[in-house]
Design a protein around this ligand. Structure first.
Ligand SMILES: *Cc1c(COP(=O)(O)O)cnc(C)c1O
Length: 394
């Protein structure tokens, strides 16, 4: 498809949306889709809709559509729950595969929930160490005492990207299990899970996939190991025969064993609709457009705002689909930008984050956003007290 395709999305008047890496836009036609699910399916078909409306098959259908984008074979991705839950599940299963090792290796700058989930799990089962090092030190720390290397492919703050194949190979050479979090990669950069050889991957669908707030997460398990994988959350829908209502848990023989409970049908229907757009997306083309937008933004901002410091890798190959700039008063700048229709976000300390989603952003948006940023900085608009952090503690 020719990018961008703004006609496929609801874009509020006057908004340049640079936060699709946090919550994607609303795809057109979503309201009608939801109305059908509520009125015709739930409203009329009631419980019969699990079969008559295909609700029972929806989690797997959506998982396969995600798999097609991420180089994962049909049946290897399960959907449901939140990413935090899927991190816990994948990590627990991965640790079970290396019972003689007690180290979880991650990036010190990883997204908090990934580290918190690891801390919680380590506390629950006892005897484990969560070892965190910086991106630059990672390769040297993949040693033969590490059970699991758990990394987010594209860093949420800086957009810096790991070399998935290289790190996975190093993990395997050291005898460790590899777990990738694709939160900022899925729908943003080309990913080939099969080629990477990683055992596990997880991700969310409300960012670049535009699945909407609360959209279900996904989990990938490499097909050749799935029957050995012990699901820590042994819910009834991960059972081999959920409707046999057996007293004892017996995991499904596929990635379905990573399912837990009743799927969120309305959210899955929204996501299924959002994924229609991806049928016509060529990831190579999308990546080329993303690199072009990011490079244009970096060039424009550096020319216009020398006060700002690039906090993302300058080399496109090392960067995901976002660009971050460091500025001490970044919070106030982002508030002033939002007031002017340029929606980015702020992550402490001082990081102004701008996501570039070629599906609905063009070069004209990038230049306009840079112009507005220049005004905010040059005219010191950010100094207005209304843009400063207001303490909510009284
Ligand atoms: C967005 C994001 C999450 C969010 O987890 P939820 O359970 O969906 O809230 C987790 N990890 C990473 C790396 C993220 O970028």
């Amino acid at each position: 498809m020719t990018l961008p395709r703004k006609d496929l999305f609801e874009i509020p008047e006057g908004v340049i949306y640079l936060d699709g890496n946090s919550l994607g836009l609303l795809p057109k036609g979503t309201q009608a889709k939801v109305a059908t699910v509520l009125s015709d399916q739930w409203g009329q078909q009631l419980i019969r809709a699990w079969n008559s409306a295909g609700w029972m098959d929806l989690p797997q259908k959506v998982g396969d559509r995600i798999g097609a984008i991420l180089g994962a074979p049909a049946g290897s991705i399960a959907t449901g729950d939140t990413l935090s839950i899927k991190v816990f599940q994948a990590l627990a299963s991965a640790l079970k595969m290396r019972p003689d090792r007690k180290v979880i290796l991650s990036d010190a700058g990883n997204f908090p929930t990934d580290l918190y989930m690891a801390q919680g799990l380590a506390g629950l089962i006892g005897g484990y160490e969560l070892r965190t090092v910086s991106h630059d030190e990672m390769a040297d720390h993949i040693t033969d005492d590490v059970a699991v290397v758990m990394l987010t492919h594209v860093d949420y703050r800086s957009g810096r990207m790991y070399d998935m194949d290289d790190i996975t190979r190093r993990a395997h050479d050291a005898g460790a299990v590899m777990l990738w979090d694709l939160a900022h990669s899925a729908g943003a950069v080309p990913v080939d899970l099969t080629a990477s050889g990683a055992e596990f991957a997880v991700g969310c669908t409300y960012k670049y996939f535009n699945g909407g707030p609360g959209a279900p997460a996904f989990i990938y398990v490499r097909p050749d190991i799935v029957t050995e994988v012990k699901p820590a959350l042994s819910g009834w829908l991960g059972h081999d025969a959920p409707f046999a209502m057996e007293p004892a848990y017996r995991p499904a023989m596929s990635t379905e064993r990573m399912r837990v409970g009743t799927p969120p049908i309305v959210q899955l229907a929204i996501l299924d609709h959002a994924l229609d757009i991806w049928d016509d997306v060529d990831m190579g083309e999308l990546r080329a457009a993303s690199v072009d937008l990011c490079e244009l933004f970096i060039r424009e901002v550096e020319n216009r705002c020398p006060e700002l410091e690039l906090a993302s890798p300058r080399e496109a190959a090392l960067r995901g689909s976002q660009v971050s700039f460091l500025f001490e008063q970044g919070y106030a700048v982002v508030q002033a930008l939002i007031d002017r229709g340029v929606i980015g976000d702020f992550r402490a300390p001082g990081i102004m984050r701008f996501g570039f989603t070629p599906l609905y952003l063009g070069r004209e948006d990038v230049i306009r956003a840079a112009e507005i940023l220049e005004e905010v900085i040059r005219d010191k608009i950010w100094q207005d007290p209304k843009y400063q952090i207001v303490s909510r503690v009284t």
